[in-house]
Ligand binder design. Sequence first.
Ligand code: SF4
Ligand code: SF4
Length: 285
Amino acid sequence: MTEKWNMIVDIERCNNCRACFLAVKDEHTGNDFPGYAAEQPPMGHNWLDIERKERGTYPIVDAHFMPVMCNHCDDAPCVKAAKGGAITKRDDGIVIIDPEKSKGQKEIVDACPYGAVYWNEEKQIPQAWIFDAHLLDEGWDKTRAEQCCPTNVFRSLKVEDSEMQRIAADEGLEVLQPELGTKPRVYYKNMHLFNKCFVGGSVVANVGGVEECAEGAEVVLKHNGDEVARATTDLFGEFKIDKLAPNSGPYELEVTSASAGGLSTQFSVGDDSVYLGVMKLAAAA
Ligand code: SF4
Ligand code: SF4
């Protein structure tokens, strides 16, 4: 069995500082790496880009960031679209667009379903992130993006495919658009921050005629009568339950407080996360 490169990207750790974006720019702008990549134009090419996702409505909102780049797919549409051996799938899993052989093949840009290939107008070649293959071949054990990231978002791994599948299962990793069957070698951790929804609310209790934030109330989420998740309200009486599928439900939500009573409500999830508003506990009759 052959060890191959994979990249794990932890979305939860990314704070959009864009140091990785600049590292790729710095590596390739004005630098030619024959056999790997011609120099990147100073403008317009984001071989590694950062996508942004906002979820929820005021006051429970979150924003997360996801580095995206060439996925070095094992069943890559770009390879099928290339003519004359313009794209190589190396034994170590890395996909390289040959800067000479790919000249004039603009169709390679359109062939990538991830939008990861950029057209170099001046040189008339398609270009994408090369997994820093030129550095790995010199003995580096990580990419420049990984090296510079202050929050350890990236993890480069050179392992056998069976080991990578075990890691992906153990850590709940996902790939972008798996339904395409392209078999990406870039895996994402905490993808739910981009492709799932949360339900949140603010719970208040009536204490001697005064409404106060209900800290420590138990929140139980049910679907068709079965419990699917639970949470506890924080100091501000707020709760958040994540990883709900978009366009799912209906859900039943029950909140109970030993000292301030309970409440229940129903809701469904649409395309975005749900804020249930201020919810008032009522003492049992
Ligand atoms: S360097 Fe790390 S934290 Fe900064 S944008 Fe890139 S992945 Fe996110
Ligand atoms: S992400 Fe696009 S350019 Fe990269 S290997 Fe897959 S299909 Fe090819």
